[in-house]
Design a binder for this molecule. Structure first.
Ligand code: ADP
Ligand code: MG
Length: 205
């Protein structure tokens, strides 16, 4: 999608793709095959480009920080990306900004999850802070399920109050380094099993 828009702007796009037959490789002629979590592949791509960006959050933050330190332009920066990479960081930031959030807590063990659920009411939504997507890493647990939960607890999980919502809306916002902000039309998304199955654009009023 970025490549299509770039044509009109005469911006040349190169991409790091998972395979030579991926959808991106079909529209970006000189796409390079490599992994988004491979520091060497990212460095090679950065050497060949004026600006580096990403289209998903599973790019190691530390590698992007190193690339910036080495003088490469990375936009948005790793300090922005971390909010998409870590749901606890995102919750903390939204709360600091005064954005309404479900009640939440970081839990280091099953006792914390039980205490939280007893506090806010069951069921609770439990999330792996990092690495999840498309509902993977998100579970809705009743008390008995939480009690029997077999997790290795090598890192904390994010517990959230279950919000009774009627629909989910999404909006894409972009900002130039100089501060110009543009928004795209608000969409309604319909998730099935935590995966976005349908998008209504513009959202029905
Ligand atoms: N606190 C919550 N209350 C109710 N439903 C939730 C809550 N958090 C997440 N969900 C549901 O689970 C879906 C996936 O959760 P999300 O945090 O967006 O994870 P992902 O990283 O997989 O997109 C959401 O789109 C929403 O439908
Ligand atoms: Mg989501």
């Amino acid at each position: 999608m970025m490549a299509q828009a770039a044509v009109g702007l005469q911006v040349h796009v190169t991409a790091l793709v998972e395979s030579a037959t991926s959808s991106t490789a079909q529209v970006v002629p000189d796409a390079v095959v490599g992994r988004a979590d491979d520091p060497q592949a990212l460095r090679a791509l950065a050497e060949s480009a004026d600006v580096l960006t990403f289209e998903h959050e599973h790019v190691p933050n530390a590698v992007l920080t190193d690339l910036r330190a080495a003088g490469h332009a990375v936009e948005p920066g790793p300090d922005a990306l971390v909010h998409a990479q870590d749901k606890v960081v995102m919750r903390r930031r939204l709360e600091d900004l005064g954005v309404p959030c479900p009640r939440w807590r970081e839990a280091a063990g099953v006792e914390d999850v039980l205490a939280f659920g007893d506090d806010v009411g069951w069921p609770v939504v439990v999330k792996t802070p990092r690495g999840g997507y498309d509902g993977k890493g998100v579970r809705v647990l009743e008390r008995a399920e939480a009690q029997a939960w077999d997790l290795d607890w090598s890192w904390p999980v994010l517990c959230e109050e279950k919000v009774p919502f009627t629909r989910e809306l999404a909006v894409l916002v972009s900002r130039t380094p100089s501060g110009e902000v543009r928004t795209w039309p608000v969409l309604q998304t319909i998730q099935r099993g935590g995966v976005c199955a349908e998008v209504l654009s513009p959202h029905p009023t």
